[in-house]
Design a protein. Structure first.
Length: 221
């Protein structure tokens, strides 16, 4: 886990005030993490993202909360947005949680987990990694494998990637951060990020979790 020179900036979204205050208090117990804003109003989240410029967006996804799922998808569609970590009391494999994972969040924390895991997840995601338990990841991968194959005549997305891009995809899928990939390949972090921009465009994905799932589907490891 990397050491951070400045506190990790978190924007918290929770519709219930009493829980919002509790989560803010809990997250702030780690002195390397600072709450830069919080809200229970989903309609104001995009504005808050622009105003507070958080490093991580932490959201509490209540079971069946379609408004929150729509918000997550809206955020994922933005040209630039912070990675999202969501809290849940629902079963990890529930339909609501699976929808959130497909929307492109970077991590999921069950409320029954130790509080230290929340701080670890925030730091992990800030470092460019994912925080999702293996059982849930396996469920999502099974769903992807059950989807239709490429249409006849359609170019295999894997063939659109250069050897270097395929190498980077495999390292992302293995859970390496941008910094770790740069060190492994003896290139700069900027070069890695530039490659990722091209990879995202070719594979029609917008974040690391979608890229990881796509890599599994394409057999890139």
């Amino acid at each position: 886990m990397q050491e951070h020179d400045s506190p990790i900036r978190v924007l918290l979204i929770e519709r219930l005030e009493i829980l919002r205050e509790a989560f803010c208090s809990l997250i702030s117990q780690d002195h390397n993490i600072v709450i830069v804003g919080d809200s229970g109003n989903y309609d104001k989240v995009i504005q808050l993202l622009e105003e507070s410029e958080p490093d991580i967006l932490v959201l509490h996804l209540h079971a069946g909360d379609e408004d929150m799922l729509n918000l997550m998808m809206k955020i994922s569609s933005l040209p630039e947005h912070p990675p999202m970590l969501f809290l849940t009391s629902d079963l990890p494999e529930s339909a609501t949680n699976r929808s959130a994972l497909h929307a492109g969040v970077a991590g999921m924390i069950e409320l029954k987990e130790p509080k230290a895991n929340l701080h670890k997840a925030i730091r992990c995601i800030h470092d460019g990694e994912l925080w999702i338990n293996r059982r849930t990841t396996a469920t999502i991968l099974r769903e992807l494998r059950q989807t239709k194959s490429f249409k006849a005549g359609q170019e295999d997305p894997k063939e659109m990637l250069s050897p270097r891009q395929r190498e980077i995809v495999g390292l992302v899928a293995a859970g390496l951060s941008t910094e770790a990939i740069a060190e492994r390949l003896f290139i700069s972090e900027k070069t890695v990020r530039n490659h990722l921009v091209g990879i995202y465009a070719k594979l029609d994905v917008s974040n690391r979790i979608q890229l990881t799932l796509c890599a599994s589907k394409l057999g890139i490891t």
